[in-house]
Design a protein around this ligand. Structure first.
Ligand SMILES: [Zn+2]
Length: 393
């Protein structure tokens, strides 16, 4: 192995595959550190298991490993190069980054979060503009109600500053109501203490979608932003941002006081009336909810096509795939977007998922449709069409 190679451990797992061993970190030729993942079969820019963005650099020469670089480090190097093109590993020197975590909050249990998030959603309404957007996407009033879809208000100071009128309460008022009901919002991704020591919520405004676990608990929320902030429209409802000052001193600290990281999670959309023999997997909560409603089969949403391995994560017997099998699921149908033929990342993700599931004894099929009928599963179904199926293996 290369000089200075350090293996990951159970405590510090590989951000690409989540493995505790085999993969590791090595210093870049001119500073910074690079991730060497031995299990990766994506070989594309992706969101790591820690929620960070990773840039695929190349294959390692000796082994069949993939080399990745965290995008923040990459950006910093580009800034130091002042627009000059970066080639290979010819980067300016950078600090070696290994941060010691300080006061990092763990999320509450799914059951506890279910109570608080249901409380939160019941205090909010769906603003007119969001309602019209969803109706235009084929949502019914019943479906909107069933999943407590509502709007997350703009930041309080922006509301004062720009005199924005919204029916929803201020964020501090919302938090105050929940604190009165539940005591504290510690361990609730999205919540944090502001400078005045009051609980409030982080993030930009948009539409909130619930993420259910296999037992039907709402354990996370996802938000569809009104405005793309450069990292896509869909975000985790989370209150975590790396404190830059602390990072400079070698510590991993949350910029949001008492804030909590949501991480990337799957959502399971199922109804008691559903036929459980077939289960779909798609990307995104909106497609998951609408898909279940049309297909009358359970639908699992993954936060990105690279995050499929989430269905195989957890304690043996309690992994989402185990629970779905216990509920009668025999066939899993992968239903990622129809542009997959042009998108190598999606194609690779699909075959990785299929291989992993077949090892679990699950029959795997892929849903196909012509892109002219709609890009996503939701577009296809709302248009009155159904996919065709292709068995794998
Ligand atoms: Zn790895």
């Amino acid at each position: 192995m290369a000089h200075g190679f350090k293996n990951f451990s159970k405590e510090n797992r590989c951000p690409i595959c989540g493995g505790p061993d085999w993969c590791g970190i090595m210093p870049g030729k001119d500073g910074g550190e690079l991730i060497v993942c031995q299990r990766d079969c994506m070989k594309t820019n992706l969101i790591g298991r820690d929620g960070e963005y990773y840039i695929y650099i190349c294959d390692s020469r000796q082994a069949k490993a993939s080399i990745y670089e965290e995008s923040g480090q990459r950006r910093a190097k580009e800034l130091q190069n002042q627009g000059k093109k970066i080639s290979g590993f010819d980067y300016a020197k950078l600090q070696y980054r290994e941060l010691i975590p300080v006061d990092i909050m763990e999320p509450l249990s799914n059951r506890e979060l279910d109570k608080i998030y249901r409380g939160l959603l019941s205090e909010l309404i769906l603003e007119e503009c969001h309602y019209h957007y969803l109706k235009g996407e084929g949502w019914t009033d019943e479906l909107i109600r069933k999943h407590y879809i509502c709007s997350f208000p703009v930041k309080d100071f922006e509301r004062y500053q720009s005199r924005i009128y919204q029916k929803n309460p201020l964020r501090v008022q919302l938090a105050e109501k929940l604190v009165r009901k539940f005591g504290s919002l510690e361990g609730v991704p999205g919540a944090y203490l502001n400078k005045k020591g009051k609980w409030t919520f982080a993030g930009n405004p948009g539409i909130l979608f619930p993420l259910y676990d296999a037992d039907g608990n709402i354990y996370r929320l996802r938000i569809r932003l009104d405005q793309d902030d450069g990292y896509g429209k869909y975000h985790n409802f989370s209150s975590f941002k790396e404190d830059q000052e602390a990072a400079g001193q070698g510590y991993l600290k949350n910029y949001y006081k008492k804030g909590c990281q949501a991480g990337n999670n799957i959502g399971i959309y199922a109804d008691a009336q559903d036929d459980m023999f077939l289960c779909y997997i798609t990307e995104g909560e909106k497609k998951g909810i609408l898909g279940e409603n049309y297909l009358k089969n359970p639908v699992i949403s993954v936060p990105g096509v690279n995050s499929y391995a989430k269905v195989l994560e957890g304690k043996p017997g309690h992994r989402p795939i185990d629970v779905m099998k216990q509920k009668g699921v025999h066939i899993l149908i992968i239903a990622f977007d129809a542009d997959k033929e042009k998108n190598m990342a999606v194609l690779k993700s699909q075959s990785c998922l299929a291989q992993a599931l077949q090892k679990e004894g699950i029959t795997v099929a892929v849903a196909n449709w012509d892109i002219s009928l709609g890009k996503g599963l939701d577009d296809l179904l709302v248009g009155g069409n159904r996919p065709t199926y292709e068995l794998l293996g």
